[in-house]
Design a protein around this ligand. Sequence first.
Ligand code: AQP
Length: 327
Amino acid sequence: MKKIIFSGIKPTGIPTLGSLLGAMSHWEKLSSDYNCLYCVVDMHAITIRQDPKVLRENGRNLLAWLIALGLDPEKNILYFQSNVPAHAELSWILNCYTYVGELNRMTQFKDKSAKNTENINAGLYTYPVLMAADILLFQTNLVPVGEDQRQHLELCRDIAGRFNKVYGDVFAVPDAFVPPVGARIMGLQNPTDKMSKSDDNANDCIYLSDSPDSIVKKFKKAVTDSDNQIKMSEEKPGISNLLTIYACVKGITLAEAEAEFSGAGYGHFKQSVGEAVAQTLAPYQQEHARLMADPANLDAIAAKGAEKASEMALKTLAKVKNVIGFN
Ligand code: AQP
């Protein structure tokens, strides 16, 4: 029996180079050795207010990106979270096995509520519990995520361990897969903050759909520093971020990237990073456009994925309800 991978991505906008390098680029590589479920987590998306039409479009768009990036729907289960009600059902149950003190410690809740002072809803607060349900429903062994999700995954492990301690081995306790390089891609304008798709400043972000011209322009405008040395350093967040991006898209080490630009000027360096990213994204963009031209095919893939995911999820849910003592 192959081990199980689950990971999710929110349809809150066009995915960024950050989510590609931190998470999605690894999904395809892992998909031959594991049984994989990749979910468009639309229920997580509504913790921030969404326009219904845009949410629906973003969801289908994201599904197309997953396939364009190499996830074969015949080999991977691709689906929308809201099409599998077991996510919400298990989430409620796990809420009763999660402490408020634990949720109070979640840094993402603190960050997101500081950015959304007019809508600090309960869903934003209990988001990590829904994420735990997403993962535990499938007896998941490995969760490939970016660094920002590590704390949520730790909580998921704690909830699973606590539940198992009371009721026996109901859930597999998952491990995180966080890549050694690229786990936290920073914004181009603000390199001390993570690159985020719902950021207001489009220049901070490379969206997977950006044209080659726009990508190179954004890299040329990237914030750096004034000491003209291209090397990894905590004191040089802008340059370190660009080196990380270059190493990831070229498939080389950080030391190799540093060596390639040793003695070069910032202008040449930024241009080269921009061109390398544009070149990497071009074939995915073509494939994405091809897939988006056939919405009925995408809907059929999602429906089939939801059916398979439901079948797996209901087995775990039945086990959970039974041990709890539901009639
Ligand atoms: N900047 C990043 N660097 C590395 N990994 C990242 N991920 C996201 N941004 C980066 C990883 O991508 C996966 C999917 O993330 P998500 O879209 O579901 O949620 P998120 O982490 O909240 O991403 P955003 O772009 O910041 O979304 P918004 O702006 O809507 O909140 C995850 O594995 C994540 O770690």
